[in-house]
Design a protein around this ligand. Structure first.
Ligand code: AMP
Ligand code: MG
Length: 270
């Protein structure tokens, strides 16, 4: 089965994250078993990106969400390696500035969407406004509760205007997060990554799982699907995401543009 269909959340599906195994690796036992398939998929992805860039009829927006240490940065580094950087924009969503907070919550997301021909990657996204904001009650419930519909409408508008939207929840277990946080403490080359908030937020694990379940249930739509990606094993996460990207880009049935001039009349002087 294509991994693309295996991990998609169907619209209105009831999602219980504890029923989705973060360590799942499909038919593979170890990393080296996936090498050939990943290499082939990666090559296809680079070719499809070139086509996306040349044709410039669509944009692709990739949204990455998950708990701290779930591998958003690693996914961007690995899955996108070798990509034509001229056609790729990565945007990280941090705690909103006062300027951003004085606008509607979608303002900063809308400003950051990719132009046609580009792949845009959101490292966190407007979904934080129904995740961290909900868990910590940063706005009243009646405000965040309206946002699921607002997000669906916003994403629909993007899709109707030529942007393909794919959303990946990188699903790690609480134990795996502990191991990754510990390695951020023990490995000096990872100290720069650790923040007190990572430890603080871990205490709200169950609240986050609940908030994610609502997101996955309410905001996986026909036009902008969510995928629950088993992410305890980085190599499997990379394989699954690359395959989703390739399958989605293939469906666009893109073509290199016809020349705008009569090629037969062109002569290159010596
Ligand atoms: P990091 O991804 O590790 O750089 O951390 C970014 C931090 O910004 C995370 O703790 C997010 O929860 C936080 N953040 C992102 N968007 C929002 C938002 N809309 N409201 C509050 N905090 C946010
Ligand atoms: Mg962090």
């Amino acid at each position: 089965m294509k991994l693309e269909t295996k991990y998609i959340v169907t619209p209105d599906e009831r999602v219980t994250l504890s029923h989705h195994a973060p360590s799942h690796t499909g038919i593979y036992k170890e990393k080296r078993d996936t090498k050939r398939r990943l290499k082939k998929l990666h090559k296809q992805m680079l070719e499809l990106q070139e086509l996306l860039y040349a044709e410039s009829q669509h944009a692709l927006l990739i949204i990455l969400q998950g708990m701290d240490t779930c591998g958003k940065d690693g996914t961007i580094r690995k899955v996108m390696s070798g990509i034509n950087v001229q056609g790729c924009d990565v945007v990280s969503f941090k705690v909103p500035s006062t300027d951003e907070l004085s606008r509607d919550f979608l303002w900063r997301a809308h400003k950051a969407v990719p132009q046609k021909g580009h792949i845009g990657i959101f490292n966190r996204s407007h979904y934080e406004d129904v995740l961290v904001v909900r868990v910590h009650e940063l706005v009243p419930k009646q405000v965040w509760a309206q946002r699921y519909q607002q997000i669906n409408d916003f994403e629909k508008m993007l899709v109707e205007n030529g942007t393909v939207v794919l959303k990946f929840f990188l699903h790690i277990s609480k134990d795996e997060q502990k191991a990754r946080l510990e390695s951020r403490i023990s490995d000096a080359t990872k100290h720069w990554k650790i923040e007190e908030s990572d430890i603080r937020e871990r205490a709200y694990w169950d609240d986050y799982m609940q908030a994610y379940e609502t997101v996955l249930q309410k905001c996986s739509t026909d036009w902008a699907p969510w995928y629950i990606i088993p992410a305890n094993k980085k190599w499997y996460r990379n394989l699954a995401i690359t395959e989703c990207l390739v399958e989605t880009l293939k469906k666009l049935d893109m073509k290199y543009p016809e020349p705008t001039i009569d090629i037969t009349k062109l002569r290159i002087d010596d």
